[in-house]
Each structure stands twice: as C-alpha cells, then as structure tokens.
Ligand binder design. Structure first.
Ligand SMILES: [Zn+2]
Ligand SMILES: [Zn+2]
Length: 273
C-alpha cells in the first residue's frame, strides 16, 4: 500500500512525504529542518530512512530546507536539469551532492516506486509535477501551475488520490491587496490555479477510481479553505452525480501535516472489517 502525508502546503513552504513498501521519499523541501523533523516524528518515521528528495521547481517555498536536509541526511536529489541549474548554487563546489536528472515523460523507478514526471506551466526553469505508482495505487501531485494542458490531464487521469493546487479565488485575488503585477503573474498561464480552474481540471481527470482530493497551495491572502472546498465540491457535483459519495475532498495547511494516509483509503476499510 502506498501512503503519503502533505507535510506543508502553501506559499510559506511545501513538502509531501510518500512511502511504498520499503521506499521513503520527500517531494520538495520547502520547510525548515525543525518543521520537517516534527512532521516525521508525528508519523513515527525516521528521516534517516529517506531515500530521495524530488524537487518540483526552484521557488523558495519548495527548496528552503533542501540544502540543510541533503547535508544532514545525505540524501540524493532528483530534479530536472533546469531546476538543478537553479538550485545547485545552494551547495558549495566542493560538496559531494548526489543529483539525479529526471525529465518530463521519462518514467523511472526509485526503490519500489515508479515515478512519472510531467512538465507543468509555471514561471520556473523546467518545473515538474509527478505521478507515483506502487502495485495498484496511483497518486498524482500537481501544484504551481498556471494552466493545465492535455499532457497533464493524461498523466494524472484516474489517480486514486490527487493533490492539486487550488490557489486562489478569482474575486478575492482581483479585489484583494496584491499589486497589479503580482495579480497578473498569479493569473497568468505560468502562475497558479484558481479554485475554478482546479475544479475544471479535477472534473476532467477524476474517474471511478478516484477516492480522495487534497486541495493544495492555498493562498492565505486570496483564498479561504472552506471557499476552496465548497467551490470544488459544488463544481464536481454539477458534473458528476453522486461524486460526493465517492470522492472525499480534503484541505492541506501550511503548518499542519495531513497525517499519514493510504492513497486508496477504501482498501484500508475492506481489510479492517
Ligand atoms: Zn509554490
Ligand atoms: Zn512556484
């Protein structure tokens, strides 16, 4: 069974923990060592067991803790050549860092996980989203994207759990306090997904297999957790009768981990009966 926890999500820092069989990885290290240690302690997982850190892109909310984590636990970094070109300056030239280059469309194995990176549209150098496969389980992670293309939809379709950005409410952003250039950046094709765009994306890719949706990277200025959840659930209900009985919508938080959960929680229930 594949399990995961969104340890932190939002513009203040992002990290997702995933485990499958004996494999333990982190996606992004945008939180400090202490927050990371606290989250691992809560899950009763040792950071010494971490086998890799995947990096989606070089924005500070995704890499803030990367250099310290890599040094402390001597763990390899998996990222695109573009992202690596931006983050390698975090390390001294004489430091021996295990960096592995991955790219969109090239599926690879990492321990017992099979990982499919896909390109996302964001104002960074070669940013990636990921699908994770283990036995029958599929987990999709797509945050920090201004626009969803066919390739992203194709890769993520039918995931049992989807961690998807629901960054802002369009009205709150438009009328909110951000300066115009920032609003334009967020709204642009290389910015962030609104609650509406996230709903549309999810409506396109969820299938009968999908059990859980985690709304991620919520803006603290331009969104409200309950508004994001309401918008997405209302839009999904419009498109799919009975969706609320099948798919659970969860929120993520900048500081409070979601807790270690199965990618297919229904299998949990069946086996515990
Ligand atoms: Zn981000
Ligand atoms: Zn970003």
């Amino acid at each position: 069974m594949m399990k995961f926890s969104v340890l932190a999500s939002g513009s203040t820092g992002n990290a997702v923990y995933i485990e499958a069989g004996s494999t333990r990885i982190l996606v992004d290290a945008g939180i400090g060592i202490r927050q990371l240690q606290a989250a691992f302690k809560e899950m009763a997982v040792s950071l010494e067991e971490l086998q890799a850190i995947l990096v989606t892109h070089e924005h500070s909310d995704h890499i803030k803790g990367l250099a310290s984590a890599v040094r402390k636990w001597n763990v390899p970094v998996y990222t695109s050549a573009g992202t690596w070109s931006k983050v390698q300056s975090l390390f001294r030239e004489d430091e021996i860092i295990q960096a592995r280059s991955i790219r969109s469309g090239s599926v690879f194995s990492l321990g017992e996980l099979v990982i499919e990176p896909f390109a996302i549209s964001h104002d960074a150098e070669e940013p990636l989203g990921f699908c994770f496969y283990y036995q029958e389980d599929k987990l999709a992670l797509a945050t920090d994207l201004g626009y969803v293309n066919d390739r992203v939809r194709e890769a993520t379709r039918g995931a049992h759990t989807m961690i998807v950005e629901s960054n802002h409410d369009l009205d709150m952003l438009r009328t909110g306090p951000y300066p115009w250039y920032l609003k334009r950046r967020i709204l642009g094709d290389k910015g962030h997904l609104s609650n509406d765009s996230a709903s549309e994306f999810l409506g396109d890719v969820i299938t009968e297999e999908t059990e859980s949706i985690y709304l991620a990277h919520l803006s603290q200025e331009n969104n409200k957790p309950e508004l994001a959840a309401q918008t997405v659930s209302a839009r999904l209900r419009d498109r799919w009768n009975g969706v609320e009985e099948q798919v659970a919508i969860h929120l993520t938080s900048p500081r409070q981990p979601t807790g270690l959960t199965a990618v297919r929680p229904s299998r949990f229930q069946v086996s515990s009966r």
